[in-house]
Design a protein around this ligand. Structure first.
Ligand code: ADP
Ligand code: MG
Length: 496
């Protein structure tokens, strides 16, 4: 094996090569491969054929490891998940591609471990090269003491397939990436919240949810319930789509700028990002209900059409993600208009706090932009003139659902509330067109006069219609007046 910079006449390393060496194919056992590692790629040249070399992009590499085989030889394994087009699939998705090479180094009879050490040197070099790709962010592997991940699985989420998804994909990916983890299977509603509220967080590098958005909502609120909330909410969170509402997972994938993927392809993409472990800041939105209850949301707040669809779709749970489509069509048939008042603080406002401020005994993430509900909103807020709404939707991430990109410009920690509302008088046909266009995030391009989009930092919503549904992160909350304020980057998420 050669150190970087060594000269080669044939099959030699390209300029900038970190390492170069010869390996036998792990399956056939014939001496065939020359491997060259550069900062961005691993080049595999079959030296017994004239075929062109294969360039394996290290951005697609999950991890690499060395091990001793049953034959006592030393092996180098590289786990790659490149994007590939598949037969019958909509677009490219990440596909697993495992490469195994046997070291072709002749051992010194007195030193049996020389081959293994050399394979380990390669594995380390590959892992550190692919890590260099992330030099702009914080990597979990850099901040974590290797304690492992808490993986919370809701066996009832979606069509009840979350455990099967763990067994088919996630267990193997975490093992390949050498990430220890412990599985917690939730047994009831609020189980995850209780677990997280009392967990010894020094044991975990990250809290990962394999479910829909509802389970992560419990985890976030469980962390904020703790007396040590300030430290607890800094625990990196991970999301793996296993439910029927996988909006955060779809958003995280969207932020990679890759083509959209669904179902198990989305799971593979999120599993890959989880193993890569790049930690970003995540916005949280504090929501105060009239009863005094305070919630922390990472995704959305909905009233009217969107909330009705979400809750009514519960009865179609057995059909999975299609439940939202069916429920959308049914809600369109009985399109309702809700009376209410909406006001918001535009994002352009530079103000850090309102002069009245929020007076509350609760010092967790103080809502400095809000005044109590009994008082009028501050002067620099915008009061929406219309009082008839078909829907009000505040988005904190890009996706409302796996299929609906409601706020395509949203970013994980942009510090913005992407506020949409549709006023009364909109036709059913236009609503259908809006939701179809939302699948590709193009709904604002339709020029619908009833659809308004504003960027805000805080909002107040006061329903006047007596009956209705309000949801936060897809979970139903008590119906009535509420206020919200965004807290930029208050939590942390393993993201792109
Ligand atoms: P989905 O996207 O399918 O709705 P969620 O993750 O949103 O999946 O979960 C829905 C709800 O299921 C959450 O409110 C959570 O509290 C609840 N839950 C968690 N574990 C269980 C369980 N074992 N049985 C029933 N409900 C559960
Ligand atoms: Mg849900």
């Amino acid at each position: 094996m050669d150190e970087p910079g060594a000269l080669h006449q044939r099959n030699g390393p390209a300029a900038g090569a970190r390492m170069h060496g010869q390996f036998t194919d792990a399956d056939t056992g014939r001496l065939t491969h020359a491997l060259t590692l550069s900062d961005s790629c691993l080049t595999v040249q079959n030296i017994s054929s004239s075929s062109p070399p294969e360039h394996l992009d290290l951005r697609d590499c999950l991890w690499s490891r060395a091990h001793r085989g049953e034959d006592q030889d030393a092996y180098l394994c590289v786990y790659l998940y490149p994007y590939r087009r598949r037969w019958m699939a909509w677009g490219p998705g990440r596909q697993r591609d495992e490469r195994r090479f046997r070291l072709a180094l002749r051992t010194d009879d007195n030193d049996e471990d020389a081959n293994l050490r050399e394979a380990e040197r390669w594995a380390r070099a590959i892992n550190s090269a692919q890590r260099a790709e992330h030099a702009h962010g914080v990597l979990l592997s850099e901040v974590r003491r290797p304690r492992g991940m808490m993986v919370l699985v809701n066996p009832q989420s979606g069509q009840g397939q979350a455990m099967a998804l763990y067994n088919r994909h996630i267990q193997r990916m975490l093992t390949e990436a050498d990430i220890p983890h412990t599985l917690f299977i939730t047994e009831r509603q609020n189980h995850a919240r209780d677990l997280v509220r009392s967990a010894d967080l020094t044991q975990w590098d990250a809290l990962v949810v394999l479910s829909g958005d509802g389970l992560l909502f419990e985890v976030v609120n469980g962390l904020m319930d703790r007396p040590d909330w300030e430290k607890a909410i800094q625990t990196p969170l991970g999301i793996l789509p296993g439910g029927s509402g996988n909006a955060l997972a779809a958003s995280v994938h969207h932020y990679t700028r890759a083509s959209p993927v669904w179902g198990e392809d989305l799971l593979t993409s999120c599993g890959f990002l989880l193993c890569k472990g790049l930690v970003s800041k995540l916005d949280l939105v504090s929501i105060r209900l009239a009863s005094g209850v305070r919630l922390f949301s990472f995704l959305s707040l909905a009233w009217g059409f969107v909330a009705d669809v979400d809750i009514e779709s519960e009865r179609f749970r057995p059909i999975g993600a299609l439940r939202f489509l069916l429920s959308t069509l049914l809600s369109l048939a009985s399109l309702r208009v809700y009376q209410g008042k909406l006001a918001f603080l535009p994002a352009e406002s530079e103000r850090e706090s309102s002069s009245a401020g929020w007076c509350s005994a609760d010092s967790r993430l103080p809502d400095r932009l809000l005044v109590p509900l009994e008082q009028p909103v501050p002067q620099d807020w915008t009061q929406v003139e219309e009082q008839e709404f078909v829907l009000v939707l505040a988005m904190f991430q890009a996706h409302l659902d796996e299929d609906l990109r409601a706020a395509p410009d949203a970013r994980v920690d942009d510090g913005l509330i992407h506020l949409f509302y549709v006023t009364g008088g909109v036709s059913r046909l236009m609503m259908l067109r809006l939701f179809r266009a939302m699948q590709s995030g193009k709904h604002l391009d339709l020029g619908c006069a009833h659809l308004v989009y504003r960027r805000a930092r805080a909002l107040r919503l006061e329903p006047l219609s007596t009956a209705g549904v309000m949801t936060v992160d897809g979970e139903r909350v008590e119906y009535g007046p509420l206020q919200a304020q965004v807290h930029r980057g208050a939590a942390r998420l393993i993201s792109a």
